[in-house]
Design a protein around this ligand. Sequence first.
Ligand code: HEC
Ligand code: HEC
Length: 405
Amino acid sequence: MLLAASTQTSIGLVILFLAFVIGVAFAFINIRQARPEVGSEIELAANRKPYLSDEELEGRKLDRTLSFGLLGLVVIGVGLPLYWLQEPGRQENAVADMQRKFVDRGAELFATTEEGGNNCAFCHGAEGVGAATPFTLTDANGRYVKEVNWQGPALNTVLLRFDRDEVRYILEYGRPFSPMPAWGAKGGGALTTQNIQNLIDYMTTIQLTPEEAQAEVTEQAAKMLERKDQACVDGRVEAARVGLSAEELEAFDASTVDTESCPPMYESLGDALFNMGYDDGFAGGAYSCGRCHTKGWSYGEKQADGGGAFGPPLTNVVNQFPGTMGVQQQVDFVCVGSDDGTRYGQSGMGSGRMPGYCVVPAIESHTDSNEVGVIAREAGTAEQGGMFTEAQVRAVVEYERSLHR
Ligand code: HEC
Ligand code: HEC
C-alpha cells in the first residue's frame, strides 16, 4: 500500500518536475533570445544585427523546437499510461485498507468491555478459542434456579459451520435461554449494523482452515476414546483406599489403581464427536452436537443424549430420515446444515440455526453494501470436509440414529 502510494506519488512528482524544468528552460531561452525592439527601420541600424536566415529558422531551429514538443509528448504519453497502470492496484489497496480498518474495529469490539456488560472475548476466549462463563439458570417463570458455568463455543471455526448471514442473525438476536445476549439493535442490543459487520469481518480473519479444524477434531476424539468411565474409575480408587493406614494413604498414588477393565467414557467415535468438549471444555464445546441437542450439556449436567434443547430431540431422527436412504440424507443434512425456510427430511423446516459440518459456506465479496469485500472464499465440498470430515459426520449420524427410542 505504502509502496504503491509512493510510486504513484513519485511518478506524479517526476512528471511535475519535468514539466516545470521544461517550462523554465523554455521561458529562459525565449527571454534570452528575444532582443528588445528599438523601433523599426528600413535599413538595419548600426546597433542591430541581422536575425537568423530563413534556412536556419525553418531548419535546425524548427527541428529543435519540434523535438522539444515531441519530448514533452513522450513524457506525457509514457507517464500517463504508467500512472493508469498503477490505478487498479491503488484502488485494490484502498479496498484492502478499508477492510483492514473494519477488521481492526471488529477486533477492538471483540475485546473491549462495554459498560455493565461482558465483551465477546470474556465468554468466547481471546481470539475466539472458547471459554466458559458464569450464568444464572432460571425456570420457565424467570425464577432463580442456580448458578452454572456455561461453555462459550470457540468462534475460530464459526464461519466453517455458518454462513455470514446466519452469524449476523445470531449476533443480532443472541441465543435465547443461553448467556449469549442479543447485540444488534433489532434484538434490543447496543451494536449497530456496522459494528456487527466489523465483528464478522474480524471473525473471518481468525478462522482455522478446515484441515486445521479436522486435525483438532481427530486428535481430541482419539484422546476421548481412551478415557475410562469416570464413575467406575472413582469407584476403583475409592475401593483401593479402603483399609489403608494413615501412612499408606499418604503415599497412595491413584494412578497406580488398575482401571483397565472400566468401560470407556465414550462408546464410539460418534459418541465422542457428539459430546466433544463435554468433560474438559475443549474448544468451548464448539464441535459438539450436544450443546444444542442435549439439555444441560453446556453446564456439565447433561441429560439423555439428543433429548432436545435449543435444537430438536434426535431420538426419533430415523423418522425424519427413514430407511437406508435416510442415512445418506441425514449425512447430507448434517454436512450442509439447515437453510432458513428450506425443507429437509420428511417434515423438517430449516431455520438456518443448524450448523453445517462438512461443507464450508462460501464467503462472497460485496454481498451487501456495508461489506468491503476482499475476503472471499469459494464454498467447500463434502470431500474436502469442513469442521469435520465426511467420515466423521457419518460416525456421528450413526450415533444419533442409535439414540432412537
Ligand atoms: C455473557 C457471555 C457471552 C458474551 C458476552 C458473548 N457471547 Fe456469544 N455466545 C455465548 C454462549 C454461551 C453461546 C452459546 C450458546 C449456546 O449454548 O447455545 C454463544 C454463541 C455465540 C455464537 C454462535 C456460535 C455457535 O456456533 O453456536 C456466536 C457467533 C457468538 N456467540 C458471537 C459472539 C460475539 C461476536 C460476541 C461479542 C459481541 C459474543 N458472542 C458475546 C456467550 C456469550
Ligand atoms: C448451534 C446449535 C446446533 C448444533 C451445534 C447442532 N445442531 Fe442439529 N439442529 C439444530 C437446530 C436448531 C435444528 C432444527 C432445524 C433448524 O432449525 O434449522 C437441528 C436439527 C438437526 C437434525 C434434524 C432433526 C429433526 O428431527 O428435524 C439433525 C439430524 C441434527 N440437527 C444433527 C446434528 C448433529 C449431528 C450435530 C453435531 C455434529 C448437530 N446437529 C449440531 C441446532 C444445532
